[in-house]
Design a protein around this ligand. Structure first.
Ligand SMILES: Nc1ncnc2c1ncn2[C@@H]1O[C@H](COP(=O)(O)OP(=O)(O)OP(=O)(O)O)[C@@H](O)[C@H]1O
Ligand SMILES: [Mg+2]
Length: 401
C-alpha cells in the first residue's frame, strides 16, 4: 500500500469519519422520510463556531439526499452576491447531479429558466440575473422566488422525492434576502422543498428579526466533540490500514484536540507523519512519543495558518481588543474587564466586540462574557504580541546603539 495520510485538516475538507454528528444526520433523514411520506418537515438551521464542522455536515447531508434521488445543491452565501444568484447556483448544481431520472425530466422548465430568463423581485438585492447566458426570454413575476420554489416542490412531489437548498455561512445573508427566503419557504409549505443552512452561533437572533416564519425553523447546535467522538474520528480511519494507537497516545491526542473537530484532523495528521506515515506498515502501532513529536509541527501549522489568518482578519483596533482579552485569560473573559483594560467604557468598546463576534473570532457563551472561538488562540495572541514587543525592543536597542 502506498504512503497516504487519511486525515485532513482544512476548511471544508471532508473528514474520513464524521464523528459525533448522528443527531444532525438524523434530522436530515427525518426531513427526507417526512417528505417522502407526504408529511411536513421543518427547515433546518445548524449553528456552530468556526471549525466545528458545519460545512462538512452540509456536504454529508447533500450526499445523503442525492443518494435518495433528491435535488440537493450547496452554496456559500457571500455578501457580494444576492439571493437570486445563490439559489441559481444551487439549482444548477443540484439539477446537474440529478442525472436522467424522473425529477430531471420534470424539471426541464427549470433548465430553461436557468438558461435564459431573468429573475427579478421586489428588493434590489434580489433583482439579479438568474441567467447563465444573457437573458433572452421573459422575466419572472415579482414574487419569482416563491413561484420558483413552489414549482420546484411540485415537480419533486410528482417524482416522489424532494428538493433541498443547502446554504453555508448564512450569517452573511442580508436581512431582505433572508426575509425573501423565509417568505418563499412559507409559500412552498406542504411541498417537499426545504432549506438546510449553517452559520455562526449568533444566527438565530438575526433570523428571528427577519420575519414571523423564523420561529418555525429547526435549530441545532454543531458543537464540541466528546472524548469518545474524538477517539472514533482518529482510530477508525487508521483501522483501514491495520494501524492502531496505544492507549497513552490516544489519551494524549484527546487532550490536545480539546474537543475541537479541526484539531482532531490536525493532530492526527501530524501524529501520522511523526509515526512515519504507516499506511504501508500493517500492524504498526502509534505511541505517545509520536504524538509528542507531532505537537511542535501542529502548533507551527496553527501559528502560520488558522491562528494567523484570524488575527490578520482583525483591524488594528480589533487586535488591541484581542490583546486585552488574551492579557486577562484564556476562558470566560468578562467584556467589562476588557473595556477597562483598554481604558474605554463598555459602551465605547462594544462596537469592537460586536465586530469580533461577527467575524467569528470570539463568541459570547453568556451575557457579557467572551471566549476565543478556537482553543489555544489566547496563548497565540500572547506569543505573537510578545514576539512583536521583543522585535520592537530589539529594533530600539539597535537604534540606541
Ligand atoms: N465530526 C467531525 N469529525 C471529525 N472531523 C471533523 C468533524 N467535523 C469537522 N471535522 C474537521 O474539522 C475541520 C473543519 O470543518 P469545517 O470546515 O466543516 O468547519 P466549519 O464549521 O464549516 O468551519 P468555518 O466556520 O470556519 O467554515 C475539517 O478539517 C474537518 O475535516
Ligand atoms: Mg465552513
Amino acid at each position: 500500500m502506498s504512503k497516504v495520510n487519511p486525515y485532513c485538516a482544512g476548511a471544508g475538507s471532508r473528514p474520513p469519519v464524521l464523528a459525533g454528528r448522528n443527531r444532525q444526520l438524523a434530522m436530515v433523514h427525518h426531513l427526507a422520510n417526512q417528505f417522502e411520506g407526504h408529511h411536513p418537515a421543518e427547515n433546518i438551521v445548524w449553528t456552530g463556531l468556526r471549525g466545528m464542522g458545519k460545512t462538512v455536515l452540509l456536504r454529508q447531508a447533500q450526499d445523503h439526499l442525492r443518494d435518495r434521488g433528491w435535488l440537493a445543491g450547496y452554496h456559500e452565501v457571500r455578501r457580494s452576491a444576492g439571493l437570486g444568484a445563490s439559489v441559481a447556483a444551487i439549482l444548477v448544481q443540484g439539477s446537474a447531479a440529478l442525472g436522467e431520472g424522473r425529477l430531471a425530466k420534470a424539471l426541464s422548465w427549470l433548465r430553461d429558466i436557468l438558461g435564459t430568463a431573468t429573475l427579478s423581485a421586489a428588493a434590489g438585492d434580489l433583482s439579479v440575473q438568474l441567467g447563465l447566458r444573457p437573458s433572452a426570454a421573459g422575466t419572472l413575476p415579482e414574487d419569482a422566488l416563491d413561484e420558483l420554489l413552489v414549482r420546484l416542490g411540485e415537480a419533486a412531489a410528482d417524482a416522489g422525492v424532494g428538493a433541498v437548498l443547502l446554504f453555508d455561512e448564512l450569517q452573511l445573508i442580508t436581512r431582505s434576502d433572508l426575509s425573501a427566503l423565509l417568505h418563499a419557504a412559507q409559500a412552498a409549505e406542504g411541498l417537499p422543498v426545504a432549506f438546510v443552512a449553517a452559520g455562526l452561533p449568533d444566527l438565530p437572533g438575526a433570523v428571528a428579526g427577519a420575519g414571523s416564519y423564523a420561529e418555525r425553523l429547526y435549530y441545532d447546535r454543531v458543537d464540541w466533540l466528546s472524548p469518545a467522538d474524538v477517539r472514533e474520528a482518529i482510530v477508525v480511519p487508521a483501522e483501514e490500514f491495520d494501524v492502531s494507537y496505544d492507549q497513552g497516545a490516544l489519551d494524549l491526542l484527546v487532550e490536545h484536540v480539546a474537543s475541537y473537530p479541526y484539531f482532531a484532523q490536525l493532530y492526527a495528521e501530524e501524529t501520522w507523519k511523526a509515526a512515519g506515515t504507516p499506511s504501508d506498515q500493517a500492524g504498526a502501532r502509534i505511541t505517545a512519543g509520536h504524538v509528542e513529536a507531532a505537537v511542535a509541527p501542529a502548533l507551527r501549522r496553527l501559528d502560520e495558518g488558522l491562528y494567523r489568518i484570524r488575527f490578520d482578519k482583525a483591524s488594528q483596533a480589533e487586535r488591541a481588543y484581542l490583546v486585552a482579552m488574551a492579557g486577562i485569560g484564556d476562558h470566560r473573559i468578562p467584556s467589562g474587564d476588557v473595556a477597562r483594560r483598554l481604558g474605554k467604557t463598555p459602551q465605547a468598546a462594544s462596537p469592537l466586540r460586536e465586530r469580533l463576534l461577527q467575524k467569528g473570532i470570539v463568541y459570547a457563551p453568556a451575557h457579557n462574557v467572551l471566549e476565543f472561538s478556537v482553543p489555544g488562540f489566547a496563548s497565540y495572541v500572547r506569543r505573537r504580541t510578545g514576539e512583536q514587543a521583543e522585535a520592537a525592543g530589539a529594533a530600539w536597542a539597535h537604534v540606541a546603539n
